[in-house]
Design a protein around this ligand. Structure first.
Ligand SMILES: [Zn+2]
Length: 191
């Protein structure tokens, strides 16, 4: 039953939405695409629908995901990009066939070379990662301030001071922790 799988953390940036299919990397990691079927689900809600996915394609996807994570983390810390990660991202980018399509409503859609080709979808994700890591897009790569997360995210806020990959999860948890710490420091006077 699909309902038993962890839900997705969808963001506005395709590449970091994808890396967020594994969360809490520095804590109790949660794998959000544990089966080929869940990758199909994720690609569908992310505008890259495919018909099917094999275990080998899921492995390819996870390898790309961790490579994007490694390269984006290095970029956020202004470290040299890990060579092997760059290799994987480039291989996935080159190997897929996908075309950008303009809809009559003026929206961009991706047309994959084949409906069963996960590789085509991965090439779109790899290209998206390249555009943010290369600094071509308006925003800043940063690392989530939650110690159990530290996910690389793309900050497009005006002030570029976003601290968490996701306000509803990491942001909230941090705020609650701070609130509880304050409560302990300033306990309510006993009656
Ligand atoms: Zn986070």
């Amino acid at each position: 039953m699909r309902a038993e799988f962890p839900d997705f953390r969808l963001g506005k940036v395709l590449a970091t939405s994808f890396t967020a299919t594994l969360t809490e990397r520095r804590g109790n990691a949660v794998e959000r695409i544990p089966t080929p079927h869940r990758l199909v689900d994720w690609l569908t809600v992310s505008g890259l629908p495919v018909d099917s996915c094999t275990t080998a394609q899921l492995d390819l996807a996870r390898e790309l995901r961790e490579s994007i994570h490694a390269a984006a983390t290095a970029a956020a810390m202004q470290d040299p990009l890990p060579e092997s990660a760059v290799h994987v991202i480039n291989d996935r980018s080159v190997e897929g066939r996908a075309a950008a399509i303009l809809t009559p409503e003026g929206k961009r859609q991706w047309r994959l070379g084949s409906r069963s080709c996960v590789e085509d979808a991965l090439s779109v994700i790899a290209a998206d990662a390249i555009s943010i890591i290369a600094g071509e897009r308006d925003g800043r790569l940063a690392l989530c301030a939650s110690p159990t997360c530290q996910a690389a995210f793309f900050d497009t806020s005006q002030s570029r001071t976003r601290r968490w990959c996701d306000m509803n999860t990491c942001g909230n948890r941090q705020k609650k922790a701070r609130f509880n710490a304050n409560q302990r420091k300033n306990p309510r006077p006993a009656d």
